[in-house]
Design a protein around this ligand. Structure first.
Ligand SMILES: Nc1ncnc2c1ncn2[C@@H]1O[C@H](COP(=O)(O)OP(=O)(O)OP(=O)(O)O)[C@@H](O)[C@H]1O
Ligand SMILES: [Mg+2]
Length: 236
């Protein structure tokens, strides 16, 4: 593999539940190559979301490391880590997580608001707005710019979430069960969107319990009993 864009080494995450400790990830080794579309498959409760949150710097491991572009994410300060997350990563979730009071266009723009200071955002406002409109247009949402999420179908909501994730031109797009709340046809359309982005060079890491969805990625690794099944470790 070319130098990985992301690599996980001996990554572990446990949760304390009262007296008990649940060891969800028990030494995950894996790598993501630049430009690849990787699916992480595993049963419900196998720790897929936990792993994706660690790779995307949304959570901290109990032990082990995640490197992005050769930099150990968890030896950075939390401010620097947040910067990496806001600038270099985009996220798409099963339940969209759009802000209900904002329009479609404002929901897409929000990641630029998070990334830039208020002053910078104002300064670049027209460019950023044009970018949001262009991305929404490329996702077939130009006729819905002023709508609110409650006025949209599930597939349309997920397109807005994808637009928001793409707003900062992320180096890695993370998707957690992006089709999990959609019917088969609509889910297929969202997978086509992801495949199209991948063909344009977007690195994508997607987690899913659905084997048929996972197979649409370039490479599938399987998370089981807190570790990657053998083929994944071989790719590191
Ligand atoms: N913050 C938390 N506190 C305690 N336990 C947690 C926490 N987050 C996850 N877990 C536990 O870790 C295990 C793995 O959860 P996770 O959400 O990563 O699984 P998953 O593979 O994404 O499942 P699904 O396919 O249902 O989304 C579960 O047993 C869950 O209860
Ligand atoms: Mg999950």
């Amino acid at each position: 593999m070319a130098d990985p864009i992301i690599s996980c080494r001996n990554l572990s995450r446990s949760f304390k539940m009262g007296e008990a400790t649940i060891d969800v990830l028990r030494g995950v080794d894996m790598a993501v190559a630049p430009g690849e579309f990787l699916a992480i498959e595993g049963r419900s409760g196998s720790g897929k979301s936990t792993l994706l949150h660690l790779m995307g710097a949304l959570d901290e491991p109990t032990s082990g490391s995640v490197s992005f572009d050769g930099r150990d994410l968890f030896s950075l300060s939390s401010t620097e880590r947040a910067k990496v997350r806001n600038i270099s990563f985009g996220f798409v979730f099963q339940f969209y997580h759009l802000l209900p009071e904002l329009t479609v266009q404002q929901n897409a723009e929000i990641s630029a608001m998070v990334r830039y200071s208020r002053r910078e955002f104002r300064k670049h406002r027209s460019t950023l707005t044009a970018r949001a409109v262009q991305i929404l247009d490329s996702l077939g949402m130009s006729h819905r710019l002023k709508h609110r999420p409650s006025q949209l179908s599930g597939g349309e909501r997920q397109r807005v979430a994808i637009a928001r994730a793409l707003m900062n031109e992320p180096r890695v797009l993370f998707a957690d069960e992006p089709t999990g709340n959609l019917d088969v046809d609509t889910g297929g359309q969202i997978m086509s969107v992801l495949e199209g982005l991948h063909r344009q060079g977007q690195t994508i890491v997607m987690v899913t319990h659905d084997r048929a969805i996972a197979r649409q990625a370039d490479r599938v690794v399987v998370l089981k009993n807190g570790r990657m099944e053998a083929n994944a470790a071989a790719a590191v």
